[in-house]
Ligand binder design. Sequence first.
Ligand code: NAD
Ligand code: UDP
Length: 346
Amino acid sequence: MSTEYVLVTGGAGYIGTHAVVELLQAGYNVVVVDNLVNASMESIGRVEEITGKKVPSHQVDLLDKEAVKKIFQQYKISLVMHFAGLKAVGESVQLPLLYYHTNVGGTVNLLEVMKEFSVKNIIFSSSATVYGAPQYLPVDEKHPTGSCTNAYGKTKFFIEEIIRDVCAADKEWNAVILRYFNPVGAHKSGKIGENPQGVPNNLMPFVAQVAVGRRECLTVFGSDYDTPDGTGVRDYIHIVDLAQGHVAAMKKIQEKCGCVVYNLGTGVGYSVLDMVKAFQKATGKEIPYKIAPRREGDIATVYADPKTAEQELGWKTTRSLEEMCEDLWRWQSNNPHGYAPAPSSS
Ligand code: NAD
Ligand code: UDP
């Protein structure tokens, strides 16, 4: 019998690389497709260093359906782990059509090719953003979705609905929709991590770039929220815990689960200032910051109810806030410019 592969779309990106490491270490064969719009194949080289395994990788855009088909012809694929997409909230507000075209259009192409090749198992990267402003806390999977205001979040909501419809129409399909809270940190090796292009939008990559001297000062968006210290509260989850949630989801799919949804979070909320303090303590680096007005579209507090994932996937987070900060710093200090070489000063 020929070898079966897990196809990882967006596998050269931040979450994809960490998931590929965990999949390989759990004994799965992996093939990666990525159009490299927000990544480089250097990250896959690092995954190979960590695991000692070769990862077949192809520069493929999901919008190029013929190229996607060729991958399904070349490999015997049993399941798709679908990370590929654009993820910058602010950019999605400016360029909504780009986001709908890439995220929704790319996913529809992928699902059509999967159907054509009778590959009916998918794990999809959704986001806590589908919940919008929480009506209650902690947020469980039954919380209403679809009220988020930015185009990025809406693409996640629409894709969830599309996957649900596909599963309803054909009971052979199985889908695990994973709603991530705030993934941070890096692999223990310090070889792979988050590599934002330009100014980081997210808190912890920004903090790490201040620590390494690439930025002067953190801007804290809002200190007048109804939270213990006035700054926004989120559920930060170590990237390796998150990646391991995907391996647990693989096992769920093998039970023929139909369409199921799980939060991946810790269940604990930390404020922006908690995160700054934890990072300073774990690394000994001072993080200068200034308080600025709230960022448009931000909410005060959100954190997960992770119980369903624990009960049904047998998965829960094990890594502490301290480890998130230490591992992030190991990655950032070993790779001050991410996967790129340092820019020459001449
Ligand atoms: P990332 O940008 O590092 O990874 C996404 C990858 O997809 C990139 O390598 C990019 O080059 C690739 N890609 C983009 N468009 C593509 C296309 N048309 N065809 C093929 N490849 C394409 O982002 P990430 O943080 O690793 O996120 C992975 C997934 O998880 C995304 O779908 C994202 O929306 C979702 N997610 C991320 C977070 C987060 O905070 N990082 C939170 C919730 C959900
Ligand atoms: N944040 C901040 N400064 C930054 C980036 C983020 O104060 O440079 C705050 C933001 O307002 C929110 C928290 O940090 O309260 C997490 O923001 P992030 O963008 O990382 O995640 P998300 O908003 O998607 O939960």
